[in-house]
Ligand binder design. Structure first.
Ligand SMILES: N[C@@H](CCC(=O)N[C@@H](CS)C(=O)NCC(=O)O)C(=O)O
Length: 201
């Protein structure tokens, strides 16, 4: 059984969403998100930096939500939710998938860390700088969607939309900004998919 070690509202939702979309069975294992638990040798064995999520499938253990998404699709997806390997379409799919975590989610995660570590002494100018980096990413996505395409890679929903949707979800909480009409429509389209409910609850 594929197990997703998860805390509601966090990146594990990407792996859950993919399983829901392709109807692959999975089990959610709740994780104590306290700093203390995540620093224990028990959890560090699961994820060496103490973060969530973690996925196991039999003897396999994987951290990094993007790696989980790609593993689940490659192993169980039968070609669903991703373009064929080695195609231009796959390169663009990978571009947005990596962008979602490596570029867009990065300043957002730093806002959370900065506030957690510095509490009342958090520097608002540092937070504003990270928010402006996140807004650049929102603009990049809005530009891509400006031609009215329904999904990031064109007419077909794929896992890059799942990767990006989680980052948008985070951005709406940590760095809110106005969306263009096409981006607003995109968000409504992806977040109204039936699989979004179980993933985000
Ligand atoms: N790149 C990692 C990021 C994991 C990550 O930052 N997870 C957050 C929750 S969504 C976390 O555990 N934060 C606690 C911390 O950084 O101490 C992934 O995609 O899995």
């Amino acid at each position: 059984m594929l197990r997703i070690y998860h805390v509601p509202g966090t990146r594990g939702m990407r792996a859950i969403w993919v399983c829901e979309e392709i109807s692959h069975p999975y089990e959610i294992v709740p994780v104590d998100f306290s700093v203390e638990y995540r620093a224990t040798p028990e959890w560090r064995k699961m994820n060496p930096t103490g973060k969530v999520p973690v996925m196991t499938d039999g003897d396999l253990k994987v951290f990094e939500s993007g790696a989980m998404v790609h593993y689940i699709l490659d192993r169980y997806g039968n070609g669903q939710l991703q373009p064929a390997p080695g195609t231009d379409a796959q390169a663009i799919f990978l571009q947005w998938s990596w962008f979602a975590e490596a570029t867009f989610a990065r300043p957002l995660g730093e806002i959370v860390n900065h506030r957690r570590v510095f509490g009342d002494n958090a520097r608002e100018d540092a937070i504003a700088e990270m928010q402006s980096r996140a807004h650049l990413c929102v603009d990049a996505i809005a530009q891509e969607l400006a031609d009215g395409r329904p999904y990031l890679c064109g007419d077909t929903f794929n896992a890059s939309d799942i990767m990006i949707a989680y980052s948008l979800h985070l951005q709406q909480r940590l760095a809110p900004t106005d969306y263009t009409a096409p981006l607003h429509a995109y968000w409504d389209r992806v977040s109204s998919r039936p699989a979004f409910g179980p993933a985000s609850s």
